[in-house]
Design a protein around this ligand. Structure first.
Ligand SMILES: [Zn+2]
Ligand SMILES: [Zn+2]
Length: 333
């Protein structure tokens, strides 16, 4: 029987920060400084996701670095409270899958800028025939924006739900994202438990096919290099990296590596860096924890049953760092 790879058999693993802020909005490093700092720490990919300004950075791309064009869009619940301490919000990250995409959808000429954003709005392009877009903090509005952004060619990530104070009755209504931010470096540094495996299972159990990514959401060096996405791509061209992301050839980690993840003959196989635990989680009462008392493991297998709609893998390293795979989906249409 043939192997069906959940994480592509071929390609190179590239370390990526898919969430960052620069001096274009409220970050402290310039886009060039972010590139230099992350490259010095082994990264090959950064998605420049400044708040509400979609500023492409083709000037930063070279044979050793891929700058993905992105922006983070935020919806605040001003209707319920004006107190920021308890105000719910949703933040979504739009990463352009096509480097030629340069028009920012859903733009408002006067609102929603963060930090230096108001002074940098001349850097973006938008459709001037369109009226200013006013956001509602409603699932209908958030879903409509995500759906339209996907149609236009963006990869949509649901960011830091814990920091956003969103809970099941709210996030269960979000239908249109491509991925969940499993870890958010900025939130973790500030003390939020932004390890979103419970939320991930909640969403996956609803039948949503979401990939696992992680991002620093760094605004300075203080909240940089915390967690990252490993992307398995043919090369570092924008097109190859975007294709890998679109196909879910990625996982979230702050340490452990996933080397292989495939299905063969009704079984899942995973090979990893040294792990204290390799855990399989599913939509049903079917799970498995692989470990050796006092030692480490580097591989595990899992027999699928008829109820498994998805299976995802968590790898915990001896030092407590963790990786979250993107899932195997039984119905991979
Ligand atoms: Zn955010
Ligand atoms: Zn952010």
């Amino acid at each position: 029987m043939a192997k069906h790879y959940i994480l592509s058999e071929k390609g190179n693993d590239y370390k990526a920060n898919l969430h960052c802020h620069t001096t274009i909005s409220d970050g402290q490093m310039t886009p060039e400084e972010v590139k230099e700092y992350y490259m010095a720490h082994g990264y090959s990919i950064v998605a420049y996701s400044d708040h509400d300004l979609f500023v492409p950075h083709p000037e930063l791309c070279d044979e050793n670095f891929c700058a993905l064009n992105a922006y983070e869009m935020e919806f605040y619940d001003y209707e319920t409270t004006e107190d920021f301490n308890i105000m719910r919000t949703t933040h979504i990250n739009m990463i352009a899958l096509d480097p030629k995409l340069e028009i920012q959808p859903f733009f408002h000429r006067k609102r929603y800028f963060a930090g230096n954003g108001v002074h940098n709005k001349h850097l973006i392009k938008f459709d001037e025939s369109q009226p200013d877009f006013v956001r509602d903090y409603t699932p209908e509005c958030v879903n409509m924006v995500m759906r339209e952004c996907k149609r236009l060619g963006f990869f949509v990530i649901y960011n830091h739900p814990r920091w956003s104070l969103e809970n099941y009755p709210i996030y269960s209504k979000y239908d249109e994202m491509n991925a969940l931010e499993m870890m958010n470096g900025g939130s973790i540094v500030e003390g939020y438990i932004e390890h979103n495996y419970q939320i991930y299972d909640d969403l996956l159990m609803q039948g949503k096919k979401l990939f696992a990514i992680a991002g620093d959401d760094n605004h300075s060096k203080h909240d940089a290099l915390v967690c990252w996405t490993m992307i398995r791509a043919d090369d570092l061209s924008y097109e190859s990296v975007a294709k890998a992301l679109k196909n879910g050839n990625c996982y979230a980690t702050n340490g452990p590596l996933i080397k292989e993840f495939y299905e063969e003959d009704g079984k899942l196989f995973v090979k990893t860096s040294d792990a204290k635990f390799i855990t399989f989680s599913t939509n049903c009462r079917h799970a498995k924890n692989v470990f050796v008392e006092g030692g480490t493991v580097n591989s595990a297998e899992f027999e699928l049953n008829e109820y498994d709609k998805y299976v995802r893998v968590t790898i915990v390293a001896p030092d407590g760092t963790v990786a979250f795979s993107s899932p195997y989906f039984a119905d991979n249409t």
